[in-house]
Design a protein around this ligand. Structure first.
Ligand SMILES: [Zn+2]
Length: 325
């Protein structure tokens, strides 16, 4: 009799442990640990950002298993994890999933790490966009928190949208379907993703039309991001490489290769050497590079320029009295 009691107790304890484990899995606690390893592998494969918006993963071959290729339109969005972060978004996209109208308001959603900082050299000014994992144009998902992350303007515009467009054009032209899977890749407990992993495969033609596997970097040239909380600041990286925009130079980090952004003109190191003036956009003064009165200035307010003295004055800037530029 005693033994049977003990066995029953043990069985009950085992059952409770299984239920607790399942609960933890549902809450994203266990899944996150597994994801953490997969994410570390992916980040290692993607490597450091080299100035190009994306890196190829697995030689650009998507990694859908046979039973992960759906033959009719459907969508699956992971639950938010215990930090409130979005997980993988998967969809079989067809012409029937695409919205007719314009996207509505998604401002009510604040993805993890969300902030509204802006820089004048960032496209659209705001550093962060509410980035759809699966773009609105593909499935018509609007304000769904499981499909939105905090992503840089650069990742959204230069990294993700060209891939979304390729899928949308293919689906519209052929009427075929595309398996599409987007996973935000977080490091540890960070609230801002390091990037998004995007895989796509056209279904009816077995990938002849659409087939890619990429990692888009969640970076912004010229801005240093604290991925733990989304805080950010003008990059302190060397200013060897600078880009020209609307008459002013904007300082970008030193890189081997730059994004191809047609609104910006790349200048080479020799040209950068010829930069003469530093504008303080707060004081409205301009200085010689190295002026000692720049020593306590807020670096966020400084812009290097090779605009002429006359041009700066015409733009309302006044020469500094110390360095007399
Ligand atoms: Zn000065």
């Amino acid at each position: 009799m005693k033994d049977r009691h003990v066995i029953r107790h043990i069985l009950i304890i085992i059952l409770i442990l299984i239920l607790l484990g399942f609960g933890a899995y549902k809450a994203g606690l266990i899944a996150r640990l597994d994801d953490g390893e997969a994410h570390a592998d992916l980040l290692a494969e993607a490597g450091e950002w080299q100035g190009f918006p994306f890196a190829y993963i697995n030689n650009n071959v998507p990694e859908f298993k046979e039973d992960e290729i759906w033959t009719s339109v459907q969508e699956s969005l992971d639950q938010l994890d215990s930090y409130g972060r979005a997980g993988t978004a998967t969809a079989c996209i067809g012409i029937e999933t695409m919205p007719d109208g314009e996207r509505g308001n998604i401002r009510e959603i604040h993805p993890t790490g969300w902030r509204t900082d802006s820089y004048d050299f960032v496209y659209g000014n705001y550093l962060y966009n509410r980035c759809h994992l699966i773009g609105y144009q593909l499935t018509g998902d609007e304000a769904i928190d499981r499909n939105l992350i905090t992503g840089t303007s650069y990742m959204n515009r230069d990294g993700m949208i060209p891939f979304e467009n390729a899928v949308a054009i293919y689906v519209k032209e052929t009427g075929n379907h595309v398996m599409y899977r987007v996973t935000p890749v977080f490091k540890g407990s960070e609230l801002v993703a390091r990037g998004v992993h995007i895989e796509a495969l056209s279904v009816e033609d077995g990938g002849a039309g659409i087939s890619f596997n990429v990692f888009c970097f969640n970076v912004q040239p010229g801005v240093d991001i604290n991925y733990a909380n989304g805080k950010n600041r003008l990059s302190e990286d060397d200013t060897l490489l600078v880009l020209w925009q609307e008459g002013y130079l904007n300082v970008y980090p030193k890189l081997d290769q730059k994004a191809d952004n047609s609104s910006l003109k790349r200048i080479d190191a020799a040209e950068a050497e010829s930069v003469h003036y530093v504008m303080n956009i707060s004081s409205g003064k301009f200085h010689l590079d190295g002026c000692k009165s720049l020593n306590g200035a807020n670096p966020w307010n400084l812009r290097k320029t090779f605009t002429s003295r006359e041009d700066l004055i015409a733009r309302g800037y006044t020469p500094c009295g110390v360095c007399d530029p």
